[in-house]
Design a protein around this ligand. Structure first.
Ligand code: GCO
Length: 264
């Protein structure tokens, strides 16, 4: 097995929502494998600048672009700047996402639509504008960040689950249309990870915290760094014939029905 299979030296990787959390952990993995990271966020320039410092402190080449992935005009303008300023985008990770935890019967339509817009429509928008260059160059790697909720339901996260379920089919359809151009489009489905998004349901004593630990064969929350290997694999030469696949990184949750609470 050659290390070349996992080498990203000379590649440019745009990772949306990479100022913190899973996006940052995956982007760091790609950066350490040699890629230049295009860091994206939409909350503030300060947050992006701070993230860039964190990447650079770890020896990673990183540049920042603030834009809203759900706004096509902003996406288009920024992609048009990134390509001449940093280089052609070889790798795109559609990671930016939000969650709203509200029972469906009480959820405002506007809130439901906002979740679909950011978690499902924006991977389409960003990919649409990045893939044009990939098609011209006859090479590209795209990862869509899916979820346990791509496969399973859970009370209060219906909008998020609808978007993440849709994202699996978007991944398969992108792979179907773009594979002939030597573009691989795959998904990563993270299980339950310790991030700011899960902070409210991870606190000690919260019933959900214990539930997840009991439900996960690995018996723990994932560490965001556990995702780096999957991200490197799906953006490197090692995965050149892997297309339309969802790689679940979940400590085994989807492999099992779970166990009664009185069982070891
Ligand atoms: C929830 C969690 C999940 C995770 C993750 C699981 O409320 O159930 O927030 O949805 O964020 O996507 O894979």
């Amino acid at each position: 097995m050659s290390v070349e299979l996992f080498n990203l030296e000379g590649k440019v990787a745009l990772v949306t929502g990479s100022t913190h959390g899973l996006g940052m952990a995956m982007a760091k993995g790609l950066g350490k494998a040699g890629a230049t990271i295009v860091v994206n966020g939409n909350s503030s320039q300060e947050k992006i600048d701070k993230a860039i410092e964190t990447y650079k402190a770890e020896g990673i080449k990183a540049v920042g672009y603030k834009f809203n992935v759900a706004n096509e005009a902003e996406v288009q303008q920024n992609i048009a700047k990134i390509e001449p300023e940093v280089g052609p985008i070889d790798i795109l990770v559609n990671n930016a996402g939000i969650i709203k935890r509200t029972p469906l019967a009480e959820m405002e339509v506007e809130d439901f639509k906002q979740v679909i817009d950011i978690d499902l429509v924006s991977p389409f928008i960003v990919s649409k504008h990045v893939v044009k260059g990939m098609i011209k160059r006859k090479a590209g790697k795209i990862i869509n960040i899916c979820s346990m909720m791509s496969e399973l339901g859970r009370n209060t996260v219906g909008a998020y689950a609808s978007a993440k379920g849709g994202l699996v089919m978007l991944t398969k359809n992108m792979a179907t249309e773009w594979a002939k151009h030597n573009i691989q489009v795959n998904g990563i489905g993270p299980g339950y990870f310790a991030t700011s998004q899960t902070a409210p349901i991870r606190v000690d004593g919260h019933p959900f915290n214990e539930f997840i630990i009991g439900r996960t064969p690995a018996a723990k929350w994932g560490d965001p760094d556990d995702l780096a290997g999957a991200a490197i694999f799906l953006t490197a030469k090692a995965s050149d014939f892997v297309n339309g696949h969802i790689l679940y990184v979940d400590g085994g949750i989807l492999a099992t029905i779970g166990k009664p609470s009185n069982e070891d």
